[in-house]
Design a protein around this ligand. Structure first.
Ligand SMILES: Cc1cc2nc3c(=O)[nH]c(=O)nc-3n(C[C@H](O)[C@H](O)[C@H](O)COP(=O)(O)OP(=O)(O)OC[C@H]3O[C@@H](n4cnc5c(N)ncnc54)[C@H](O)[C@@H]3O)c2cc1C
Length: 420
């Protein structure tokens, strides 16, 4: 049996249940699709894929390709819409099976359904690789997902749900099914120069965790440092690798548990897991809410604000806009990263001070964030706008108070606004 394995946000060999599933046949094709729509302007002007994430994904693909090559597998990279390109690849090799990771959001699920429809005689299988838990092991049905994070967390923690043991890298893979001239990577845009500090691939995140967890043991103070605006070791900085799947959240959780067994456990070590539960909640929330995650009133039926993207862009740099917001814009657009606190501050300011529709900020983040994750990004924006999972109906941050608490000496603003 020949299998086509479509890689998406699972750019790894470690703990990759989809790869294990795909490797059950006698021949394999590993394919990554660069969708030209990623680079086309969206409704507010920004394309979904900005320079930092594209550079990071490119680096991740290069690393993945060399790991696959070591197991005798090429990586075929296509510049094509998946719903057109995948049926072509499947038919070219006469594959009986197509395997991919289960998508997190509405559009990606629609796309998968179109691919399945185009391949009526092929087994099309989705495998969970993005989440900590499997849907079947959740202590509730997806339809009954809690409407707030706290209820979700309590229900998961009370249920004694067991963490799934991560899978090892496959020792070998089936023979490569070759399609002549299938690779089209040269057709896609060359990654731009990016100042994003993140190196792509599994080896780089392994080095990063070695330093963060085991050498510096920064996890031991995570709960007290995590709100810092701009300090490399204040939070784990694993989000880019979690986002494109070079790091499995199950592996990360197992590493935190190993650290707690072998070194120490305290409130901070638990808190990193707690934040991963936030990520987990938003993954299930996205699947539960579907299209509602992307509409202005969310599932609560309220919210209004300007959708004028030109005005939003001007507001971001306007001297009358709070300096924290202006500094955050520079950091985001230069590096592709913002701390959680800065993301909250900017989201709140754009919604409650600039009076913009939250989807403008979400689209801007989507373009620039190196760690863009559809569920976490849209889930958090809706949360702050009060149209999603926030029981308090929205989060309004007092900017002066935030500045005096988190940027006491103004160094964050000075650094990014290049003020003396
Ligand atoms: C408006 C807004 C938009 C956001 N967009 C994204 C996004 O596109 N991609 C993304 O990964 N995170 C997003 N977040 C969540 C959070 O800001 C980032 O995950 C975090 O800043 C990444 O840095 P870190 O890895 O050092 O996080 P840490 O503080 O070290 O946390 C560890 C991990 O826990 C998860 N996590 C932490 N906080 C959250 C949260 N509030 N929601 C969901 N997961 C969380 C992330 O996977 C993170 O990598 C957003 C938050 C806000 C307020």
């Amino acid at each position: 049996m020949t299998t086509v394995y479509w890689l998406t946000r699972d750019l790894r060999l470690d703990d990759n249940a989809a790869l294990h599933e795909a490797a059950r046949g006698s021949a394999l094709v590993c394919v990554y699709m660069i969708d030209p729509r990623w680079f086309e302007p969206g409704p507010f002007g920004w394309s979904p894929m900005g320079p930092h994430r594209w550079a990071f994904i490119w680096r991740s693909l290069v690393a993945l390709e060399s790991s696959l090559n070591a197991l005798g597998q090429p990586l075929v990279v296509r510049w094509q819409r998946p719903e057109e390109g995948l049926p072509e690849v499947v038919n070219a090799v006469g594959a009986q099976r197509l395997v991919a990771s289960r998508p997190a959001a509405f559009d990606e699920m629609q796309q998968w359904q179109a691919i399945e429809a185009a391949l009526p005689f092929v087994h099309c299988d989705l495998v969970e690789t993005l989440t900590l838990f499997d849907e079947a092991s959740l202590p509730f049905s997806l339809d009954a997902l809690a409407d707030t994070f706290s209820k979700f967390r309590r229900s998961v923690e009370k249920s004694g749900i067991t963490l799934i043991t991560p899978l090892a890298k496959p020792a070998e893979l089936p023979a490569a099914a070759i399609i002549p001239d299938a690779d089209q990577r040269q057709l896609g845009p060359v990654p731009a120069q990016s100042e994003t500090p993140f190196a792509g691939g599994e080896a780089s995140v392994a080095d990063h965790l070695e330093r963060y967890l085991w050498k510096d043991q920064s996890i031991l103070t995570y709960k007290v440092t995590r709100n810092a605006l701009d300090d490399v070791s204040a939070s784990s900085k694993v989000s880019p690798w979690l986002s494109n799947g070079a790091l499995s959240v199950r592996r990360l959780t197992a590493e935190i548990a190993r650290f707690e067994r072998e070194v120490d456990r305290n409130e901070s070590t638990y808190w990193l897991y707690f934040e991963l539960l936030w990520r987990e909640y938003f993954q299930w929330y996205s699947r539960r809410r579907g299209r509602e995650l992307f509409i202005s009133p969310g599932h609560k039926g309220r919210h209004s604000g300007s959708t004028d993207a030109g005005k939003f862009r001007r507001w971001l740099s306007d001297p009358a806009t709070h300096a924290l917001v202006r500094a955050g814009r520079v950091q985001l657009e230069t590096t592709g990263y913002l701390s959680n606190r800065m993301r909250q501050i900017i989201a709140s300011a754009s919604i409650y001070e600039g009076h913009f529709d939250w989807r403008l900020g979400a689209a801007w983040f989507e373009h620039f964030l190196v760690d863009y994750d559809v569920a976490s990004n849209y889930g958090n924006w809706q949360y702050i706008a009060g149209v999603g999972a926030d029981p308090r109906g929205g989060r309004v941050f007092n900017l002066e108070k935030q500045a005096s608490q988190f940027d006491v000496d103004g160094s964050y603003r000075k650094r990014w606004l290049k003020e003396p």
